[in-house]
Design a binder for this molecule. Sequence first.
Ligand code: FMN
Length: 162
Amino acid sequence: MTETADISARLRDGLRRLAKAVVVVTTQHRSQRYAMAATAVSELSMDPPSLLICVNRTAGLHAPLATGAGFCLNILHSSQAAIAAACSGGLTGEQRFEHGAWANRNGLPCLEGAQANFLCRNERSIDHGTHTIFIGLVEEVLTSGRPDPLVYVDGRYTGVQE
Ligand SMILES: Cc1cc2nc3c(=O)[nH]c(=O)nc-3n(C[C@H](O)[C@H](O)[C@H](O)COP(=O)(O)O)c2cc1C
């Protein structure tokens, strides 16, 4: 049987082959805005319309979400890799919002020109290991342009257009 450390390394290696669209999850709590690049995101159900995101407990966004703050899931366009970089450690706090045009919609930071914005009520959460799964009930969806998302695969950003 493979040892746990080996499994973790093998899991990482296997996941390098799982191409994911890149999103920036945002929230606002006590007039403070938060943004985090994420790929551990999934559609969950159409009835009720819901999505889920997996957030590391160490992420700045975790505490506000743990209090039940709603969130917005912004699917990035292939031209928005700089925003993903800014929101994954390149910058911190409010500085993350200096990249891109951000609107306030229903009290949540909403990225203009994103492929789609899903505004979610924070329905419930499930703790698992280092992460928490937050389930969002989708209350509003905005879309922009033709499908051309930013994709993360094998440790780098790319697109799906030829
Ligand atoms: C492509 C990519 C995908 C990521 N996906 C996730 C994710 O799904 N969940 C998560 O908790 N962190 C994810 N991260 C890491 C966070 O973006 C990163 O740790 C961020 O800096 C956390 O915010 P903080 O600095 O405010 O704590 C991802 C990073 C990258 C570059």
